[in-house]
Design a protein around this ligand. Structure first.
Ligand code: LLP
Length: 424
C-alpha cells in the first residue's frame, strides 16, 4: 500500500481538483483524449524557470545539454531564456541552428566528431569546440588548412574522479572513452598541442564528472581536483559539465541549481581559480517538467505473484528502466490524490519480457482498461532516446501553460515508418 503520489514529483504548475490532475491548467485525461497516447507533456513555465535558475546560478555562462530533450521548441526556449546550447552531434547542431539559435550560442561536444561534423560546426561558426582526442586535433589542423578557420576550444579532461553517488569514488575512472586523462599526462599534452596548433585558440578546460549526482559534497571534491589541474594553465574558462541529479521517486531529494552553482563556484574560488566557471546541465532542466501519459490496455493478475499492467508504450519511449534499472512512480491522472493500494508492474507492448516501465509501481485498486496512467519525471532522456522498436511510432510532445496546450512534436505516422525505405 502506497499513499497518494507526492505532488512534488509533478511539475510546478500541477494541481489536483476533484482527484483530476492538471498541468499548466490543462487536464491530463483531456490531453490524452485530444492528442492520443503515449504522450509527453511538459510544463512550459517550469522549463523556462529551470533555465532561468541555471543562468542565475552560473553567471559565467551555462549551456543546456540538448541530449536530455531536444526539439525545435525546446531549442528556442532554452535560447530565449539565456542558455547556450550544448550539442554533441551534427544532428543536435542542425536542430539548434534550424530552430534559429545562432551558431555562436552553440558549443560542440563529442568523443568522435567526424570531419564532416567538424567542418559543419566550424563553417557555421560554433562558439566552442570541446576537443576530446588527439585525432580531433589532427582533423582541426586539416580543416584549418582547408578553411583557414581557427577554432576556440576547450580541452575535455578526464580527471580520474567521478561524482556519481554519495560516495566520492576516486579510482578506476581513468578508464573512459572520453577526454584526455590527467593521470597519464595526456591532458597536459593536449594543452601543449592546443597551444602549438595554428588551428586552435585554447579557451579553457572542461570536465563532466558524472550524471544524476545528488551529493553537493561529491561535486565539491571532484571540482577541487579539476581546479588543481586547471590552475597550472592560464585559461579563461573552466566548465564543470552537467550532472545535477533529479528526484525520480518519492524517496529521493535533489539539490537546487542555486546550491549546486554556489558550491561549485566556492570550490573553484577556494582552489584559487579565477577563470569563468561554466556548466552544462541537461536532466535537471527538463526531467521534472515532463510526464508521460499512456493508456492501459491489459491487466493480468497472477494470484500471489503480481499484477501486470500493460500500456501502449514501453521501452521505445522510455528505455531508462531497461538500460539503467531506473525507478519511476506511477499514478492515474483521474485519481491523482487517491491512495495507491495495488502494487503493479507497468510493462510496455514490445515483444520481450524485459520491456518494463515501472518495476514496482502503485496504483489505485479500481484501475481499469482504458485508464490513462502517467509516469512523472520523464522529461529527460525519454523522448530523445525513443526508438521505433517493433515499428511503433514515436510519441507526440505537447507544451502546456496558462490553460493552453500546443503540439511541439507531432506523433510519427505509419508513413514515417517507411519514409526511407526504397522499393525497387
Ligand atoms: N555534459 C556532458 C559532456 C555530458 O556528457 C552530459 C551527459 C551532460 C553535460 C549532461 O548531463 P546531465 O545534466 O543531463 O546529467 N542517458 C542517461 C544520461 C546520459 C548522460 C550523458 N552525458 C540517462 O538517461 O540517465
Amino acid at each position: 500500500m502506497a499513499g497518494p503520489l507526492p505532488l512534488r514529483l509533478l511539475p510546478d504548475s500541477a494541481s489536483v481538483t476533484d482527484g483530476r490532475a492538471s498541468i499548466g491548467g490543462v487536464d491530463l485525461v483531456d490531453l490524452a483524449a485530444e492528442y492520443g497516447t503515449p504522450l509527453f507533456v511538459y510544463d512550459e513555465a517550469q522549463l523556462r524557470s529551470r533555465c532561468r535558475d541555471a543562468v542565475a546560478a552560473f553567471p559565467g555562462g551555462v549551456s543546456y545539454a540538448t541530449k536530455a530533450f531536444l526539439c525545435t521548441a525546446m531549442a528556442r526556449l532554452a535560447h530565449e531564456e539565456g542558455m547556450l546550447l550544448d550539442v554533441a552531434t551534427e544532428g543536435e547542431l542542425f536542430v539548434a541552428l534550424n530552430a534559429g539559435v545562432p551558431a555562436d550560442r552553440c558549443i560542440f561536444h563529442g568523443n568522435n566528431k567526424s570531419m564532416a561534423e567538424l567542418r559543419y560546426a566550424l563553417a557555421e561558426g560554433v562558439r566552442h569546440i570541446m576537443v576530446d582526442s588527439f585525432d580531433e586535433f589532427d582533423r582541426l589542423d586539416m580543416l584549418h588548412t582547408e578553411l583557414g578557420l581557427v577554432a576556440d576550444v576547450l580541452i575535455r579532461i578526464t580527471p580520474g574522479v567521478e561524482a556519481h553517488t554519495h560516495e566520492f569514488i576516486s579510482t578506476g575512472q581513468d578508464d573512459s572513452k572520453f577526454g584526455f586523462t590527467v593521470s597519464t599526462g595526456l591532458a597536459h599534452q593536449a594543452i601543449e598541442r592546443a597551444h602549438a596548433s595554428p588551428a586552435c585558440r585554447l579557451v579553457g578546460i572542461h570536465a563532466h564528472i558524472g550524471s544524476q549526482v545528488f551529493s553537493i559534497d561529491a561535486f565539491e571534491q571532484a571540482v577541487a581536483v579539476i581546479a588543481d589541474f586547471a590552475n597550472q594553465y592560464e585559461v579563461e574558462e573552466l566548465s564543470v559539465g552537467g550532472g545535477l541529479g533529479v528526484a525520480y521517486v518519492a524517496s529521493e531529494e535533489a539539490p537546487t541549481f542555486a546550491s549546486w552553482g554556489a558550491s561549485v563556484q566556492k570550490a573553484c574560488a577556494d582552489a584559487g581559480v579565477t577563470a569563468l566557471i561554466t556548466a552544462e546541465p541537461g536532466r535537471s532542466i527538463v526531467a521534472a517538467a515532463g510526464v508521460t501519459l499512456y493508456e492501459v490496455g491489459t491487466i493480468k493478475t497472477l494470484e500471489g505473484i503480481r499484477t501486470y499492467v500493460a500500456v501502449d508504450g514501453g521501452m521505445s519511449d522510455n528505455p531508462r528502466p531497461v538500460l539503467y534499472g531506473s525507478g519511476y512512480e506511477t499514478f492515474l491522472p483521474r485519481a491523482a490524490d487517491a491512495p495507491r493500494e495495488l502494487e503493479v508492474r507497468v510493462v510496455g507492448k514490445h515483444c520481450e519480457s524485459g520491456d518494463l516501465l515501472v518495476r514496482e509501481g502503485w496504483v489505485p485498486d479500481d484501475i481499469v482498461i482504458g485508464d490513462i496512467l502517467a509516469t512523472p519525471v520523464t522529461g529527460a532522456y525519454g523522448h530523445t532516446m525513443a526508438s521505433n522498436y517493433n515499428k511503433v511510432t514515436r510519441p507526440a510532445v505537447v507544451f502546456v501553460s496558462d490553460g493552453e496546450s500546443r503540439l511541439v512534436v507531432r506523433r510519427e505516422s505509419l508513413d514515417d515508418l517507411v519514409r526511407n525505405d526504397i522499393v525497387d
